[in-house]
Structures are given as structure tokens and as C-alpha cells.
Design a binder for this molecule. Sequence first.
Ligand code: 13P
Length: 248
Amino acid sequence: MRKTIVAGNWKMNASKETVNTLILGILAGMDDVKSEVVVCAPFPYLSQVEALITHSQLKLGAQSLNINADGAFTGEVSAEMIKDFGAQYVIVGHSERRSLYGENSTLVAEKVKAALDNDLTPLFCVGETLEQREAGATEAVVSEQINAVIDLLGIDAFLGIVVAYEPVWAIGTGVTATPEQAQGVHAFIRQLLAGYDDGIADMTAILYGGSMNAGNANELIACEDIDGGLIGGASLKAEDFLQICRVG
Ligand code: 13P
């Protein structure tokens, strides 16, 4: 039985004041939450969140990492630094990193490796653009993104990876994939993994991301192969986020 995971990706939205309000609001409503709940904060706020969530069931994540351990990489943050602030998760391969910062599947696979080498769980994002979907290329795109990780690390790496299917056309647009569309790709991803190892495919959590909110989380997470959500906009308000967390 796979655990439901709900992760908030705050992206570049935070201030000391909003972080305080948001985390205290989430913590106040966690009693009846059974899912694993993660908040992925911008780097400058990791320390603040770490302090606020001590002794709670809330988990901390970062939004990216550099593949190097240390050195002359101005502006970058390593897996070790992220770990130093108590984070257990890190988002890798988000479509915004792929499209805005030129991260290709080879680099993303190396980032997955850097995370795993440092005992961080990568929230490994895959997904197609609208153009790619309309061209019938969804499965080819997702396969290429996943196979890059399998090529570098082997299928066993998925024992430590959480996959997030995030169709680019659904991110921040208010357009959500229908449960059928999302379930279809999630089942495809699981079959792809099963082609290498049935048991690992069965154990791998595959989250959906893309305009998931309190109104649609239920029917999405109810799908057989959807094991939770990676939430952008709706993770910035405690009550909205908690409603999604309570689904699992
Ligand atoms: P939205 O929920 O705002 O569409 O963002 C999804 C996302 O990109 C999560 O990583």
C-alpha cells in the first residue's frame, strides 16, 4: 500500500511574515491529516521553517539543488546545505527549471543522483507541454525524462524517488488534467517502471501536479495510480492546502 504524499511547492513566493502565518496555520490543522505532508520553501526560508516545524509531522523540502558538494558555484546551493536545515525532500526537474533555466534530462538525472547520495528524497518532476500533448508525444516525452534517470542510476534508484507528473499546460493555468487524463499518464509511468521491476513500480509514489486544489484533489487522488499531489498556488493558503492534505 503506497502512502499518500501531499507536497507544497511555494515557488518564489514567501516573506518572513507569510511563512510564519502559513506554517502556523498548517500546523494548527494537522491533527486529522494522515498523508505525508511536505512544504518546499525557497532557500532563504529553510531555516525559519525548520525551526517552526520541530517536533511536528510536517516535512521540509527545497526546490532545487546543485550537483556539486561545494566550491566555486556562485549563487548555488548543495544537497548537503539543504540537509543541514533538516530538509528531507528536494524538487528536481520541475518544468520551470527545465524551461527557464535550461535543465535537460541529463542534468536532472544528475540532480536526482546528488539528492539520493545525500539521503534527500527527490520529488522528480516529469510532464509534457501542450504542444507535445497535441502532437501525441506525451508518452515519448515522459519516457525520455524517466529513462534518463534509469540510464544513470538504474531502476533501484526509484526505491528512493517520488515521481511527480506535472503536465506543463496545467501548471498555474487553472486548467487541471481530468482524472482520466492524469490516471492515464500515471498508469503509463507505472507500466514503464514495471518493465524494469514490478515490485519497484508498485512501491513508487507518483504524485499529480498542475492546478490541483481543494475542489479537484479528491477525484484526482482517488485514481488508482495517483498517490498524492505536488501543489503550487493552493499550497500558499493554509486552509486550502490542509483540505488537500486531508484527502489522502
Ligand atoms: P500550480 O498548482 O500552481 O498549478 O503549480 C503546480 C506546480 O508546478 C507544483 O510544482
